[in-house]
Design a binder for this molecule. Sequence first.
Ligand code: MG
Length: 299
Amino acid sequence: MSVRIVEVGPRDGLQNEKTILDTNSKMQFIEMLIEAGFSTIEATSFVRSEKIPQMSDAKELIEGLKAKSINFDMLPCLVPNLKGFEIANDLGIKEIAVFTATSEEFNKKNINATIDESLERIRLVCLEAQKQKVKVRGYISTVFGCPYEGDTSLDTLKLVLDKLFSFGCYEVSLGDTIGIGHPEQVKKIYQFLKATTDMSKIAWHFHDTRGMALANIYSAYQEGARTFDSSAGGLGGCPYAKGASGNVASEDVVQMFDLMGISTGIDLSKLVKASTFILSKLGRSSASKAYQAKIAENS
Ligand code: MG
Protein backbone atom coordinates (compact mmCIF):
# COMPACT_ATOMS: atom_id res chain seq x y z
CA MET A 1 0.00 0.00 0.00
CA SER A 2 1.29 3.45 -0.83
CA VAL A 3 0.19 7.07 -1.17
CA ARG A 4 1.67 9.93 -3.16
CA ILE A 5 2.43 13.16 -1.33
CA VAL A 6 2.81 16.31 -3.40
CA GLU A 7 5.05 18.76 -1.56
CA VAL A 8 3.79 22.32 -2.06
CA GLY A 9 5.98 24.12 0.50
CA PRO A 10 8.33 26.00 -1.86
CA ARG A 11 5.36 27.50 -3.73
CA ASP A 12 2.07 27.41 -1.81
CA GLY A 13 3.94 27.57 1.48
CA LEU A 14 6.53 30.28 0.87
CA GLN A 15 4.13 32.36 -1.23
CA ASN A 16 2.02 32.86 1.86
CA GLU A 17 4.82 33.59 4.32
CA LYS A 18 5.57 37.24 5.13
CA THR A 19 9.34 36.85 4.92
CA ILE A 20 10.72 36.97 1.39
CA LEU A 21 13.55 34.48 1.09
CA ASP A 22 16.64 34.65 -1.07
CA THR A 23 16.85 32.36 -4.09
CA ASN A 24 19.72 30.29 -2.68
CA SER A 25 17.75 29.32 0.41
CA LYS A 26 14.82 28.26 -1.75
CA MET A 27 17.12 26.18 -3.92
CA GLN A 28 18.66 24.51 -0.92
CA PHE A 29 15.18 23.83 0.50
CA ILE A 30 14.07 22.14 -2.74
CA GLU A 31 17.25 20.05 -2.86
CA MET A 32 16.67 18.91 0.73
CA LEU A 33 13.07 17.96 -0.12
CA ILE A 34 14.29 15.91 -3.08
CA GLU A 35 16.81 14.28 -0.74
CA ALA A 36 13.93 13.46 1.65
CA GLY A 37 12.26 11.47 -1.14
CA PHE A 38 9.49 13.63 -2.62
CA SER A 39 8.76 12.80 -6.25
CA THR A 40 6.74 15.96 -6.88
CA ILE A 41 7.65 19.35 -5.44
CA GLU A 42 5.80 22.45 -6.52
CA ALA A 43 8.74 24.79 -7.04
CA THR A 44 7.46 28.28 -7.71
CA SER A 45 4.89 30.42 -9.42
CA PHE A 46 5.10 32.64 -12.51
CA VAL A 47 2.90 35.47 -11.28
CA ARG A 48 3.31 39.23 -11.31
CA SER A 49 5.94 40.14 -8.73
CA GLU A 50 4.02 43.21 -7.55
CA LYS A 51 1.18 40.87 -6.64
CA ILE A 52 3.25 38.13 -5.02
CA PRO A 53 6.76 39.43 -4.23
CA GLN A 54 7.65 36.12 -2.53
CA MET A 55 7.79 34.50 -5.99
CA SER A 56 9.49 37.32 -7.89
CA ASP A 57 12.69 35.28 -8.34
CA ALA A 58 10.90 32.40 -10.12
CA LYS A 59 13.11 32.67 -13.19
CA GLU A 60 16.37 32.83 -11.23
CA LEU A 61 15.26 29.92 -9.07
CA ILE A 62 14.51 27.69 -12.04
CA GLU A 63 17.74 28.68 -13.78
CA GLY A 64 19.65 27.92 -10.59
CA LEU A 65 18.02 24.49 -10.28
CA LYS A 66 18.70 23.82 -13.94
CA ALA A 67 22.41 24.39 -13.35
CA LYS A 68 22.27 21.60 -10.76
CA SER A 69 20.78 19.20 -13.34
CA ILE A 70 17.67 18.48 -11.33
CA ASN A 71 14.96 16.49 -13.12
CA PHE A 72 12.31 19.03 -14.09
CA ASP A 73 9.60 16.40 -14.45
CA MET A 74 9.32 16.51 -10.67
CA LEU A 75 9.10 20.30 -10.28
CA PRO A 76 5.73 21.70 -11.36
CA CYS A 77 5.24 25.49 -11.37
CA LEU A 78 2.06 27.47 -11.02
CA VAL A 79 1.00 29.69 -13.94
CA PRO A 80 -1.96 32.08 -13.87
CA ASN A 81 -2.24 32.78 -17.60
CA LEU A 82 -0.66 32.44 -21.05
CA LYS A 83 2.07 34.92 -20.26
CA GLY A 84 3.11 32.90 -17.20
CA PHE A 85 2.99 29.75 -19.29
CA GLU A 86 5.30 31.21 -21.92
CA ILE A 87 7.92 32.13 -19.32
CA ALA A 88 7.68 28.66 -17.74
CA ASN A 89 7.84 26.93 -21.09
CA ASP A 90 10.85 28.96 -22.23
CA LEU A 91 12.62 27.80 -19.08
CA GLY A 92 11.90 24.17 -19.91
CA ILE A 93 9.28 23.50 -17.23
CA LYS A 94 7.67 20.10 -17.85
CA GLU A 95 4.61 20.45 -15.65
CA ILE A 96 2.47 23.43 -14.73
CA ALA A 97 -0.43 23.97 -12.35
CA VAL A 98 -3.48 26.10 -13.08
CA PHE A 99 -6.07 27.26 -10.59
CA THR A 100 -9.65 28.35 -10.12
CA ALA A 101 -12.32 28.05 -7.42
CA THR A 102 -15.92 26.98 -6.91
CA SER A 103 -16.75 30.43 -5.52
CA GLU A 104 -17.33 33.49 -7.71
CA GLU A 105 -16.41 35.90 -4.91
CA PHE A 106 -13.20 34.10 -4.06
CA ASN A 107 -12.13 34.02 -7.71
CA LYS A 108 -12.88 37.71 -8.10
CA LYS A 109 -10.80 38.62 -5.04
CA ASN A 110 -8.01 36.12 -5.75
CA ILE A 111 -7.55 36.40 -9.52
CA ASN A 112 -9.95 39.14 -10.54
CA ALA A 113 -12.04 36.84 -12.73
CA THR A 114 -15.37 35.05 -12.62
CA ILE A 115 -15.30 31.25 -12.65
CA ASP A 116 -16.07 31.27 -16.39
CA GLU A 117 -13.38 33.82 -17.14
CA SER A 118 -10.84 31.81 -15.18
CA LEU A 119 -11.82 28.65 -17.04
CA GLU A 120 -11.32 30.43 -20.36
CA ARG A 121 -7.79 31.50 -19.28
CA ILE A 122 -7.07 27.93 -18.24
CA ARG A 123 -8.42 26.54 -21.52
CA LEU A 124 -5.98 28.72 -23.48
CA VAL A 125 -3.06 27.74 -21.24
CA CYS A 126 -3.96 24.04 -21.57
CA LEU A 127 -4.15 24.29 -25.36
CA GLU A 128 -0.64 25.72 -25.47
CA ALA A 129 0.62 23.22 -22.89
CA GLN A 130 -0.69 20.34 -24.97
CA LYS A 131 1.17 21.66 -28.02
CA GLN A 132 4.38 21.89 -26.00
CA LYS A 133 3.81 18.50 -24.30
CA VAL A 134 3.72 20.10 -20.87
CA LYS A 135 1.63 18.31 -18.23
CA VAL A 136 -1.09 20.29 -16.45
CA ARG A 137 -2.35 19.84 -12.92
CA GLY A 138 -5.50 21.69 -11.87
CA TYR A 139 -6.36 23.24 -8.52
CA ILE A 140 -9.87 24.00 -7.37
CA SER A 141 -10.09 26.24 -4.30
CA THR A 142 -12.96 26.69 -1.82
CA VAL A 143 -14.31 23.17 -2.43
CA PHE A 144 -15.20 22.83 1.28
CA GLY A 145 -16.43 26.38 1.78
CA CYS A 146 -15.61 29.99 0.94
CA PRO A 147 -14.66 32.85 3.27
CA TYR A 148 -17.08 35.15 1.41
CA GLU A 149 -19.89 32.90 0.19
CA GLY A 150 -19.98 30.25 2.92
CA ASP A 151 -21.05 26.87 1.54
CA THR A 152 -20.09 26.21 -2.04
CA SER A 153 -22.01 24.12 -4.53
CA LEU A 154 -21.16 20.53 -5.38
CA ASP A 155 -22.74 21.03 -8.80
CA THR A 156 -20.35 23.90 -9.46
CA LEU A 157 -17.50 21.66 -8.30
CA LYS A 158 -18.54 18.97 -10.74
CA LEU A 159 -18.86 21.47 -13.56
CA VAL A 160 -15.44 23.05 -12.95
CA LEU A 161 -13.82 19.64 -12.46
CA ASP A 162 -15.21 18.26 -15.72
CA LYS A 163 -14.00 21.36 -17.57
CA LEU A 164 -10.48 21.00 -16.19
CA PHE A 165 -10.36 17.35 -17.24
CA SER A 166 -11.77 18.19 -20.67
CA PHE A 167 -8.96 20.76 -21.09
CA GLY A 168 -6.44 17.98 -20.46
CA CYS A 169 -5.50 18.24 -16.77
CA TYR A 170 -4.00 14.89 -15.72
CA GLU A 171 -4.94 15.46 -12.10
CA VAL A 172 -7.04 17.94 -10.15
CA SER A 173 -6.41 18.88 -6.55
CA LEU A 174 -9.42 19.81 -4.43
CA GLY A 175 -8.59 22.51 -1.91
CA ASP A 176 -9.97 23.19 1.53
CA THR A 177 -8.60 26.70 1.16
CA ILE A 178 -9.56 28.01 4.59
CA GLY A 179 -9.46 24.74 6.45
CA ILE A 180 -13.10 24.38 7.38
CA GLY A 181 -13.78 20.91 6.03
CA HIS A 182 -14.54 17.92 8.23
CA PRO A 183 -14.25 14.14 7.70
CA GLU A 184 -17.95 13.53 6.95
CA GLN A 185 -17.90 16.31 4.37
CA VAL A 186 -14.84 14.74 2.74
CA LYS A 187 -16.74 11.47 2.52
CA LYS A 188 -19.79 13.21 1.06
CA ILE A 189 -17.75 14.99 -1.62
CA TYR A 190 -15.83 11.81 -2.46
CA GLN A 191 -19.03 9.84 -2.85
CA PHE A 192 -20.71 12.60 -4.85
CA LEU A 193 -17.86 12.67 -7.37
CA LYS A 194 -17.20 8.93 -7.46
CA ALA A 195 -20.16 8.05 -9.66
CA THR A 196 -18.91 10.12 -12.59
CA THR A 197 -15.21 10.76 -11.93
CA ASP A 198 -12.03 8.73 -12.18
CA MET A 199 -11.05 9.26 -8.55
CA SER A 200 -7.44 8.22 -9.17
CA LYS A 201 -7.08 11.60 -10.89
CA ILE A 202 -8.18 13.53 -7.80
CA ALA A 203 -5.78 14.90 -5.18
CA TRP A 204 -6.74 16.43 -1.84
CA HIS A 205 -5.34 19.67 -0.46
CA PHE A 206 -6.14 20.35 3.18
CA HIS A 207 -5.31 23.25 5.47
CA ASP A 208 -5.00 22.73 9.20
CA THR A 209 -6.76 25.89 10.39
CA ARG A 210 -9.00 24.00 12.80
CA GLY A 211 -6.78 20.96 13.30
CA MET A 212 -8.98 18.85 11.01
CA ALA A 213 -6.50 18.21 8.21
CA LEU A 214 -5.25 14.77 9.25
CA ALA A 215 -8.76 13.56 10.04
CA ASN A 216 -9.83 14.76 6.61
CA ILE A 217 -6.92 13.01 4.92
CA TYR A 218 -7.72 9.80 6.76
CA SER A 219 -11.35 10.08 5.75
CA ALA A 220 -10.40 10.59 2.09
CA TYR A 221 -7.91 7.72 2.32
CA GLN A 222 -10.58 5.37 3.62
CA GLU A 223 -12.79 6.30 0.69
CA GLY A 224 -9.95 5.44 -1.69
CA ALA A 225 -7.94 8.66 -2.11
CA ARG A 226 -4.21 8.12 -2.62
CA THR A 227 -2.79 11.58 -3.48
CA PHE A 228 -2.41 14.38 -0.94
CA ASP A 229 -0.83 17.83 -1.02
CA SER A 230 1.10 19.05 1.99
CA SER A 231 3.76 21.50 2.95
CA ALA A 232 6.99 20.88 4.86
CA GLY A 233 6.71 22.31 8.36
CA GLY A 234 3.12 23.38 7.61
CA LEU A 235 4.28 26.50 5.75
CA GLY A 236 1.75 28.83 4.25
CA GLY A 237 -1.77 30.09 4.70
CA CYS A 238 -4.06 32.03 2.43
CA PRO A 239 -3.93 35.84 2.17
CA TYR A 240 -7.57 36.01 1.01
CA ALA A 241 -8.90 33.75 3.68
CA LYS A 242 -8.95 35.30 7.12
CA GLY A 243 -7.57 33.07 9.83
CA ALA A 244 -6.49 30.35 7.44
CA SER A 245 -3.40 28.75 8.86
CA GLY A 246 -0.90 26.78 6.86
CA ASN A 247 -1.20 23.76 4.66
CA VAL A 248 -1.24 20.49 6.51
CA ALA A 249 2.35 19.75 7.47
CA SER A 250 4.07 17.07 5.39
CA GLU A 251 5.56 15.70 8.62
CA ASP A 252 2.10 15.02 10.04
CA VAL A 253 0.95 13.27 6.87
CA VAL A 254 4.13 11.20 6.50
CA GLN A 255 4.07 10.18 10.17
CA MET A 256 0.42 9.11 10.04
CA PHE A 257 0.95 6.91 6.99
CA ASP A 258 4.24 5.56 8.41
CA LEU A 259 2.40 4.49 11.55
CA MET A 260 -0.32 2.88 9.45
CA GLY A 261 2.31 0.92 7.50
CA ILE A 262 1.49 2.74 4.27
CA SER A 263 4.46 3.80 2.19
CA THR A 264 4.97 7.47 1.29
CA GLY A 265 8.54 7.14 0.00
CA ILE A 266 9.54 10.00 2.31
CA ASP A 267 12.20 9.85 5.02
CA LEU A 268 10.70 11.70 7.99
CA SER A 269 14.07 12.59 9.54
CA LYS A 270 15.31 14.15 6.30
CA LEU A 271 12.03 15.98 5.89
CA VAL A 272 12.37 17.42 9.39
CA LYS A 273 15.87 18.58 8.43
CA ALA A 274 14.49 20.41 5.38
CA SER A 275 11.77 22.04 7.50
CA THR A 276 14.22 23.04 10.23
CA PHE A 277 16.37 24.71 7.60
CA ILE A 278 13.55 26.70 6.02
CA LEU A 279 11.85 27.57 9.33
CA SER A 280 15.12 29.01 10.62
CA LYS A 281 15.39 31.14 7.47
CA LEU A 282 11.83 32.35 8.03
CA GLY A 283 12.39 32.86 11.74
CA ARG A 284 9.30 30.93 12.69
CA SER A 285 8.37 27.68 14.39
CA SER A 286 6.33 24.76 13.07
CA ALA A 287 2.85 23.96 14.30
CA SER A 288 3.32 20.36 13.22
CA LYS A 289 2.99 17.89 16.07
CA ALA A 290 5.01 15.26 14.19
CA TYR A 291 7.76 17.82 13.58
CA GLN A 292 7.91 18.77 17.26
CA ALA A 293 7.90 15.13 18.35
CA LYS A 294 10.77 14.30 16.01
CA ILE A 295 12.80 17.29 17.21
CA ALA A 296 12.19 16.30 20.86
CA GLU A 297 13.18 12.70 20.08
CA ASN A 298 16.49 13.84 18.63
CA SER A 299 17.37 16.36 21.33
MG1 MG B 1 -2.65 25.52 0.27
